[in-house]
Design a protein around this ligand. Sequence first.
Ligand SMILES: [Zn+2]
Length: 666
Amino acid sequence: MNSNKLYPRRILIIVLTILIVSLYIIRLFYLQILNPNYKAEADNNAFYQKALYPARGIISDREGNIMVYNKATYDLMITMREVTQLDTLDLCKTLNIEPKLFVERLNKIKDRKLNPGYSPFVPQILVSQLEAPEAGRFQEKLYKFPGFAIRSRTLREYEYHCAANILGYLSEADPRDLENDSSLVAGDYIGKTGIEKSYEKYLRGEKGVEVLLRDARGRIKGKYQNGAHDKPYVLGHDLTLGIDANLQTFGEELMRGKRGAIVAIEPSSGEILCMVSSPSYDPALLTGKEKGVNLRQLANIPGKPLYDRSIMGYYPPGSTFKPSQGAIFLQEGVLSPSTALSCYHGFPPLHSRPKCHSHPSPVSLVPALATSCNAYFCWGLRFMLDNRQYYPNVQVAFEHWKQHMVQLGFGYKLGIDLPNERRGYIPNAKVYDKLYKGRWNSSSIISIAIGQGEISATPMQMANLATIIANRGFFYTPHVVKKIEGFPLDTAYTTLRDSHIKASIWEYIAEGMAKAVTNGTCRNANFAPGEIEVCGKTGTAQNPHGKDNSAFIGFAPKDHPKIAVCVYVENGGFGATIGVPIGRCIIEYYLRHGKLSPATEAIAERMKHLYIGYKDEIYKINKKSDSQLPVREQDNHNNKETIKREETEESESTKQINPTENGQKE
Ligand SMILES: [Zn+2]
């Protein structure tokens, strides 16, 4: 009776007991087997995985000259859990740092917000970049400081004091980098700009690991299973650039005291031979202990040396744009090579605006390019946009025009292998519809025919136009890296891009540019008459902030060209006064392997010492190289910063437009 009454209760107790025990087992199973955190923590207690850092890839120029290599440096590491006793004063004395600083640094390391990868079991960087003697001194006293260790690492060193923006610099990975790349740990260095950034995955190599065993108190006891679980590192891959380091250095010297850019490209490959942005700086400023200070100083200099004008500068191309216009008008069939058009010191239909200079009239394409006649190209735009036989309305005609510009590499990023390239600006018909409330024609926007008005381009895009003409109608996306050790180049840099304009048309354009050098606006570029045929086109573009910008595009030799170049100097005045002589120096230097003729040598000397006064430029910085001296101040100009504000990518129709009157000079 009693036992019968108790029976259900007993069952209940048994069931409950089984339930509780099961819950415990499940929880334990979860904690120890399923939960990776717990497992990792347990492993961390038993093992210490020591990272082995490979040397970063070496960077050489196109001639095989080493530009960037590695130097050993030492970091002092701390593993919190292993610090059993610590004489802070003794430590700080050995390291020659303030105790206050030491405490601050410790707190930063332990702050998981600042240092998400923090674990008391994982070594953290306490002091970075110790010199060899400092590291050696500390190494001797390491026995006094359990939990501390010296780790060797490599630091970038530079053989040439040029090409800072191309090469870029390294920085410690920030929290976002750590989040995006699981192979990184706090304290790792990665490329932040330039090719150090864009080729990071090749340059870095792969970290290796050494698995060490700890005892119950966390002390390292030696290799785990004799290194059976170790993983060797993979060295970083070397890069060979298309850049000629000597040409780059020479270009930076020529641009001393001026703001602007020089871009030179090998037409047959799209390899960038030099890419100067001025003012420039010594890349060695951004390596080593002074990096932070130097970076802040460089960021605050008025000339903005960290801003790479060659791929970021938005400039009106001026008359260097005319070859592209001539080619489009011929391809569209609105002009023929023999069409001769009148010019009476300007474009006749608009009362001689834009203006032009004295030259015989009428002119056909070749002399129009040679003399840089403004009226000729305005006529061309008029014949295209106002042509109701070929196009139903101005909008359609304009979109045809724009399509050609895009195929010539304008209006969008070219896609070069560096971060931060910008797209320049070519408006579309909607922009003008909005601006002129739907009623507009060629006269409304005539200045674009001569590379002014709403359009803007980067020096890289202008150099690319010279490349297209040099190749008579095609190009490869310009690129800085020529070869990656063990890997092929991205096909983006080996795929031919067509201009969709006939080669025979480009032949006329090249002829016009050759005539500009023999007896037109670029005569000063004719450095070897009868020997090397040079093709060129000047540009003088209005700059709302002072004196005109001076520009030049060209290539040489005319047949089988080896180099295409763009020179762009802010507030340089006429294209012929600065753009052409610098272009000449670059072309001759490259074609003659650095051996300049006496005449060009004299021009180069004059250019190196020609300073343009930019009012805002008064600064001093601890430069490591004399070749990068800042421009000096003069009072004869009142120029303001000419760099345009960043426009929102892909939103061209929202851009503010200021139609300008054009008094184009040449
Ligand atoms: Zn003219």
